[in-house]
Design a protein. Structure first.
Length: 153
């Protein structure tokens, strides 16, 4: 497995005892991010509401890479907690605070407590495309078929 260094610093006032993002198993693709709420301890997400939850971190992602933020499957299944912009992209030139937008798609209020694992962070390569205007496109078997054109759905 390829390893890449991501430089991280703490935001002012962040609880550093929570530790840096970590992979919870040897084969994990995503490193867990934690809610860093030392000033208030918790926040409540009502059904249908969303909030930007601070992690207390700032990243320096190498050029040619991005960080993707994704929901934790257990929170999604058990409580309806997801990320509305999945996957959220953190660009290599962003140096601001890392926050996670959480959405409560469940039917009950959900409490996010200080230190809770709230999302996964994946590091992925980026390829920037060159966009070229042409007069026509090549033909394919699918053609212009839209939603459901390749089968059931």
């Amino acid at each position: 497995m390829r390893k890449l260094a991501i430089r991280i610093m703490w935001d002012e006032g962040a609880d550093q005892s929570l530790g840096l993002p970590a992979y919870e198993s040897e084969g994990a693709a995503g490193a867990d991010l934690r809610a860093n709420l030392p000033d208030r301890g918790e926040l409540e997400l009502a059904p249908g509401s969303r909030a930007l939850v601070p992690t207390g971190l700032r990243l320096a992602i190498p050029e040619g890479f991005e960080v993707q933020l994704r929901p934790r499957s257990g929170l999604a299944l058990k409580h309806g907690i997801t990320l509305p912009n999945t996957p959220g992209t953190i660009d290599s030139d962003y140096r601001g605070p890392l926050g996670v937008i959480l959405l409560n798609a469940g039917t009950e209020p959900f409490i996010v407590s200080h230190g809770d694992r709230i999302a996964q962070m994946l590091v992925a390569p980026v390829i920037q495309a060159h966009f070229a205007l042409v007069e026509e496109l090549d033909e394919t078997a699918r053609g212009a078929g839209g939603f459901g054109s390749t089968g059931r759905g």
